[in-house]
Design a protein around this ligand. Structure first.
Ligand SMILES: *Cc1c(COP(=O)(O)O)cnc(C)c1O
Length: 381
């Protein structure tokens, strides 16, 4: 350990993009992997849009100049999309309600800096959930308090209320929920939303809608009345731009102004801003792949549910979470590991997490291979 490094950082590991794959390769290294472990869209940007971007790069972007540090155009296009996505009129949300980040990961970190740093607050999460909240909190020395979920992965609201009422030191300042949740794919229930509405105003409620385009359920219209709510969304999933790292926050202008204060000046490269703007202009075409992804999800779900060994959970997102039935675990305790490894060895990468597998819905061909490989590695009864 270097003597000048903060002592609490010793215990941390760097983030691994594909945590379960040592090499990132299938057994035969020439075989391309079906990467169904990180929940991106399986569809690249259409060729015409890539050409348009390439044209902009050649003729319009000045590579010697800093990018637009205020994201003015992009913010106003995003505000328009947010209004449309929540069936609100055009003037409901404006640029003043939007902050743009280098992925929503950056916005999560900015929120933590703005709320909890200097020992002023802790965060509350309900596990299993997106791991970045806890990881980023810990790297800033911010305590992360975790409550559990029931058998349907609904948040243990009694435990959550107790944790908030407990007035620990430091007190909970931020509650993070994902709508729909990852890795479990369930959207917030009416009871969970009711709990969020009752959370006192001195606590920030972060609703991460990374999978909004798949679920089509959003808290955006309600956010207009709630100064302590913020919604995070991303271009990394349905918008097919994970390579460009663009995320955004929707909130009350005062909260947005605070995020802008702590943001790095030129956090979003010009090329990424251009890509996000083009994606928004062409949103109807880009999002037209969603019905196909949802019907592929049903097909996968149906086929996986047919296995007596599997417990497959409902999904409101572009991925499926499954665990093993108790008797399957009892008869073969290592079955989940084997399943994960054999799928990978045969060319399908999925995420092993929370005693289960999280499988991203891929292209029809990828999904067909997933099912075929599953058939060859799961013993028939
Ligand atoms: C994928 C994902 C994100 C997106 O993160 P980016 O940094 O925008 O790529 C955010 N939250 C959740 C829950 C996700 O699954």
């Amino acid at each position: 350990m270097l003597p000048f490094i903060r002592s609490d950082l010793v215990q941390f590991n760097a983030y691994k993009p594909h945590p379960n794959s040592a090499s990132g390769k299938a057994v035969e290294s020439s075989m391309p992997l079906d990467r169904l472990d990180t929940n991106e869209s399986p569809f690249d940007l259409p060729q015409e849009l890539k050409e348009k971007l390439a044209w902009m790069y050649q003729h319009e972007l000045e590579s010697n100049r800093y990018p637009d540090g205020g994201h003015a155009q992009l913010k106003s296009a995003i505000a328009q999309y947010v209004n449309e996505s929540a069936a609100l009129d055009n003037s409901s949300f404006t640029s003043a309600n939007i902050s743009v980040g280098n992925g929503s990961d950056e916005l999560i970190r900015s929120l933590l800096i703005a709320t909890c740093l200097r020992g002023e607050g802790a965060i509350l999460v309900a596990n299993p959930t997106f791991s970045m909240y806890g990881i980023l909190a810990q790297t800033l020395g911010i305590p992360a308090i975790a409550v559990g979920r029931n058998a349907k992965f609904e948040i243990d609201l009694d435990a959550a209320k107790l944790a908030i009422a407990d007035r620990q030191n430091p007190p909970i300042r931020v509650v993070f929920v994902v709508h729909p949740n990852s890795p479990t794919a369930n959207a917030l229930t009416a009871a969970e939303l009711e709990w969020l509405r009752g959370i006192p105003e001195e606590i920030l409620v972060v609703i991460d809608e990374a999978y909004f385009e798949f679920s089509q359920t959003t808290a955006a219209s309600e956010l207009l009345q709630r100064s302590n709510w913020i919604i995070l969304r991303t271009f990394s999933k349905a918008f097919r731009l994970a390579a460009h790292r663009v995320g955004y926050a929707i909130a009350h202008p005062e909260l947005i102004a605070t995020l802008e204060k702590i943001r790095l000046p030129y956090n979003l490269p010009a090329y990424s801003q251009a890509a996000a703007a083009i994606a928004l202009q062409n949103r109807h075409d880009l999002l037209a792949t969603i019905p196909q992804i949802l019907s592929e999800r049903s097909r996968l779900m149906q086929a996986l549910t047919a296995y007596p060994q599997f417990k497959v959970y409902p999904s409101a997102a572009n991925f499926i979470f499954m665990q093993l039935q108790q008797d399957a675990i009892a008869s073969a305790p290592d079955f989940l590991n084997q399943l994960h490894q054999q799928l990978q060895a045969s060319g399908t990468l999925v995420r092993q997490i929370s005693n289960g597998l999280r499988i991203t819905v891929g292209t029809p061909a990828e999904n067909a291979r997933t099912l075929e490989r599953m058939r060859s590695v799961v013993p028939s009864q």
